[in-house]
Design a protein around this ligand. Structure first.
Ligand code: IMP
Ligand code: MG
Length: 176
């Protein structure tokens, strides 16, 4: 779906959009593990201003998508009070993961929270989320590579591919 060149071009664009907004704000980039690992590391290397990084780890939810349960497994390490947060995600699908993470981060009183997602899978959104920086939108299919997994595999692909005939149920999001 996205070649290495596509990804580099996209990340350059996202980096300049983000720089325009927060270059003077000493932002903290919070990556959602594990999917955002590669995206985040490429993204921050395109940013030429002071920033800090942190990570959050959440459980993939189980059961029906409409009652998805998102649990925080690993907390951010540093205080984010009064900081401008860029939440970095690989892909927003139903929207429940980022919705829950934002509610959780808001309790820590950041100055602002903006979402940056490499991919925006629009067709199955259940919870509306405002994504400030979007790499690419698409509707259908289960994607892997560039940090994204299928049952834990394929994160190491340097491009983004679509799995043919992959199950679209939430258990396919398991994240070992
Ligand atoms: P949401 O909570 O339904 O928005 O799901 C978001 C999470 O599910 C992301 O952080 C991904 O880890 C995972 N996910 C959703 N769709 C895909 C996909 O097509 N490929 C790989 N992971 C996905
Ligand atoms: Mg993820």
């Amino acid at each position: 779906m996205l070649s290495q060149l596509d990804l580099a071009t996209t990340i350059n664009r996202l980096a300049s959009e983000i720089a325009n907004d927060v270059a003077d704000l000493n932002p903290v980039f919070v990556g959602l593990l594990k999917g955002s690992l590669i995206f985040m590391s490429d993204l921050i290397r395109q940013l030429n201003f002071p920033l800090t990084t942190d990570f959050l780890s959440v459980s993939s939810y189980q059961g029906t998508t409409s009652t998805g349960l998102v649990r925080i497994l690993n907390e951010v390490e540093h205080p984010i009070a009064n900081r401008h947060v860029i939440l970095v995600e690989d892909i927003v699908d139903s929207g429940q993961t980022v919705h829950h993470v934002i509610a959780h981060l808001r309790l820590k009183n950041p100055a602002s929270i903006r979402i940056c997602s490499l991919l925006d899978k629009t067709a199955r959104r259940l919870t509306p989320v405002a994504i400030s920086y979007i790499g690419h939108q698409f509707t259908d299919g289960f994607v892997v590579g560039f940090g994204m997994d299928y049952h834990g595999y394929y994160r190491n692909l340097p491009y983004v591919g679509i799995i043919k005939g992959a199950s679209e149920n939430p258990s396919a999001k398991s994240d070992p």
